[in-house]
Design a protein around this ligand. Structure first.
Ligand code: EPS
Length: 380
């Protein structure tokens, strides 16, 4: 069973990720993890913090001579902006952040909540996700996240191979699939910044190369759609998640929702086993299990809660009305969130792969992968 946890405050010494249950024999390299950390720091509309940090991971355990050992892996990402001991508390809780409910819940300070509620924590999750993707590579599974909406502007997702789309995304300042529209997005972010406001957006994550049968229909907590929704909703500022047609499926009759099933003998050796679906409204999941079609998940991110033109709030000491406290923040972090979503989805897919194909070693997993496909094709 793959499990992971993170620790660390936004302005504490470091962020830590602990990954347990990862198979032995997976080739790993720090550069790949660092590249994802760099991508998480990017995107137009970020705040001053990203000029201070140059996130870099150190692997503390669980790896020997470039390969995983099967033992717990600890990843350390130091904070350059380590200053928590010198920082003051905030007097007025920010609407939309955890300041009010968190400080009351823990009978403590706003600082004590915001330091851990901050999206800085996602650096540790991205490091963990980037690590497990080396295992997914060995099975030809590719996870790809990009921005489809920022505030009122939308970029239609386009069909096509992930490799081509990745190069488009990596050219776009907001990680959309249409870098030619960057100027439009930059103008929107700049105007929002001038107004002291913030912007949210919608992110899409697609996973290709999946086999049949990750997740299970047999118990609520083994359903992969449920696990993905929990992983995505737990990312800071995410307020909605849908899979495939999502909410649109509720508005259509069944005949325009469900994906017919066909068979193409030429595709029998692929992970689809030859079963073809002319549409993918299910987004790759039926009854909580993968159906060998691309998995498509969308997440809605609310605008960042820290506003340069703050909303009304109340001082926690006097209970008198005041404006919410302001601390340096981002105007738009949807691009960064697309990187985070991509990596938390990768973690859930890796966990489901380990559940299905065993987690001691990559060699055993690959043998079981081949055996499963032979059995499902009726060859063994
Ligand atoms: C973030 C780091 C934080 C914030 C932001 C995301 O750094 P600082 O507070 O030092 O500016 O910029 O966090 C929030 C949006 C938040 O609400 O706390 C990061 O590395 O992603």
């Amino acid at each position: 069973m793959l499990r992971y946890y993170t620790a660390g405050e936004s302005h504490g010494k470091a962020l830590v990720a602990l990954i347990d249950g990862f198979p032995a024999g997976v080739p790993l390299n720090v550069e790949r993890i660092d590249a994802e950390l760099r991508r998480r720091q990017g995107g137009y509309g970020r705040g001053g913090r990203q000029q201070i940090e140059a996130d870099h991971v150190e692997i503390l355990s669980g790896v020997w001579r470039g390969r995983s050992l099967g033992s717990p892996i600890a990843l350390l990402t130091p904070n350059q902006d380590y200053k928590i001991e010198r920082m003051d508390d905030l007097p007025c809780p920010r609407p939309g952040h955890g300041d009010l409910n968190g400080s009351l819940k823990y009978l403590g300070s706003i600082r004590g909540v915001l330091e851990r509620a901050s999206a800085r924590e996602t650096a540790a999750r991205v490091a963990a996700g980037a690590l497990v993707r080396s295992m997914l590579d060995a099975f030809g599974i590719d996870v790809f996240g990009y921005v489809v909406e920022v505030g009122p502007i939308a970029v239609a997702p386009r069909p096509g191979p992930i490799a081509d789309q990745r190069s488009l995304r990596d050219r776009s300042v907001l990680y959309t699939l249409d870098p030619d529209r960057d100027a439009e997005f930059k103008q929107l972010v700049d105007e929002t910044r001038r107004q002291g406001d913030t912007l949210g957006g919608v992110i899409e994550v697609r996973v290709e190369g999946l086999p049949f049968g990750l997740g299970s229909h047999t118990q609520w907590d083994r359903k992969l759609d449920g696990r993905l929704a929990q992983a995505a909703m737990s990312v800071q500022a995410i307020k909605g998640v849908e899979i495939g047609l999502g909410f649109e499926a509720a508005r259509r009759p069944g005949s325009q929702v469900h994906d017919p099933i066909g068979f193409d003998p030429a595709a029998v050796d692929s992970p689809t086993l030859g079963f073809v679906r002319p549409t993918n409204h299910a987004g790759g999941l039926e009854a909580g299990m993968t159906n060998a079609q691309p998995l498509v998940l969308r997440a809605a991110m609310k605008p960042i809660a820290t506003l340069a033109q703050p909303l009304d709030s109340v001082r926690l000491d006097t209970k008198q009305p005041d404006k919410a406290s302001y601390e340096r923040s981002d105007v738009c972090a949807v691009a960064a969130a697309s990187c985070v979503l991509e990596n938390v989805v990768a973690l859930e897919i890796a966990a489901a792969m380990i559940d299905k194909f065993g987690g001691d070693s990559l060699t055993e997993m690959r043998a079981r992968w081949r055996l499963f496909h032979d059995l499902a094709r009726g060859k063994s």
